[in-house]
Design a protein around this ligand. Structure first.
Ligand code: UTP
Length: 291
């Protein structure tokens, strides 16, 4: 039975695109309105049926572990002040799922970060979610990949089309046939030049990986940027005919990128029943002022 119970979320990167905010705090703890990015990612995994989460952390990432742990002093104060709703909000986070943490001593690349968790995942197929890619919570993201894995038994990459000028930022796969939502991957390249890209379908932070990936990860050498690239292991799966792509039908925000982060905050705030109306009025007034 192809049930996916475990997920891996690497959060050990340095977040250099978001300096200076990330000098002393993880980018994954930056909030979308009032909820940290990493909690959005964890909640997406849980909605897709995941029960157990392993996070790959590194130096300076303790705030993430603390966020999903019991906050004894805070809970005690909230209890004494009878702030029941706040207490519930804080306690719910701790009980979202089972959490485990492994460390990546040096940020040597995504392929290396995944390999650090091999012993916790063993011979079980798992979901991989990048800790800074957030999708709209009203649409399926990870569950779209799980459906393709169930149909094919293969590892799956989540993909979306990006502008041609952006293909050099992503892993790029071959295009689908007309109208396909899932297809076999015969080519995957990391950060290609636009002229050399097989298509404009980019891998966007969601994967289903079968245990076949471990053998390939052990064999890869440093690639683009001197990092151990997960894409190089996925290229070997593709060569063996063991990789599929799933189109993700959800809006995506790369919150490690400043402009995308700002867009995500505006859109998430506008959808909030407690803030949306006042915030929209403010934005309209601001735009009228600037026009
Ligand atoms: P990114 O390339 O987006 O993250 O990696 P980064 O390296 O932190 O960001 P910049 O480019 O310097 O701003 C995608 C995901 O993989 C994790 C990151 O934490 C992020 O969630 N990652 C990356 C690791 O865990 N370890 C690594 O060695 C590299």
């Amino acid at each position: 039975m192809n049930t996916i119970r475990k997920a891996l979320i690497p959060v050990a990167g340095l977040g250099t695109r978001f300096l200076p905010a990330t000098k002393a705090q993880p980018k994954e703890m930056l909030p979308l309105v009032d909820k940290p990015v990493i909690q959005h990612v964890v909640e997406e995994a849980i909605r897709a049926g995941i029960q157990s989460l392993t996070l790959v952390t590194g130096r300076g990432k303790q705030a993430i572990e603390n966020h999903f742990d019991v906050a004894f002093e805070l809970e005690d104060v909230l209890r004494r002040r009878e702030q029941k709703r706040d207490l519930e909000l804080v306690q719910t986070i701790t009980h979202l799922a089972q959490f485990a943490y492994v460390r990546q001593g040096e940020p040597l690349g995504l392929g290396h970060a995944v390999l650090c968790a091999e012993h916790t995942l063993g011979q079980e197929t798992f979901a991989l979610l990048l800790g800074d890619d957030v999708f709209d919570d009203e649409d399926p993201a990870l569950s779209a990949l799980i459906a393709i894995h169930r149909a094919t038994g293969k590892s799956v990459v989540g993909v979306q089309q990006v502008p041609a000028a952006h293909v050099s930022r992503y892993g790029i796969v071959n295009a689908p046939l007309q109208g396909d939502q899932g297809w076999n991957v015969s080519a995957i390249v990391e950060k290609p030049h636009p002229e050399a890209a097989p298509s404009s379908w980019a891998v966007v932070g969601r994967y289903i990986l079968t245990p076949e990936v471990w053998g390939h990860l052990h064999q890869i050498q440093p690639g683009v940027g001197g990092e151990y690239q997960l894409t190089d292991a996925l290229a070997r799966l593709a060569q063996d005919g063991r990789l599929a792509a799933a189109a993700i039908p959800a809006r995506r925000y790369d919150t490690g990128n400043k402009l995308d982060y700002l867009k995500a905050n505006v859109e998430f705030a506008l959808r909030r029943p407690d803030l949306g109306h006042d915030f929209l009025t403010y934005l309209k007034d601001l735009l009228a002022e600037k026009a």
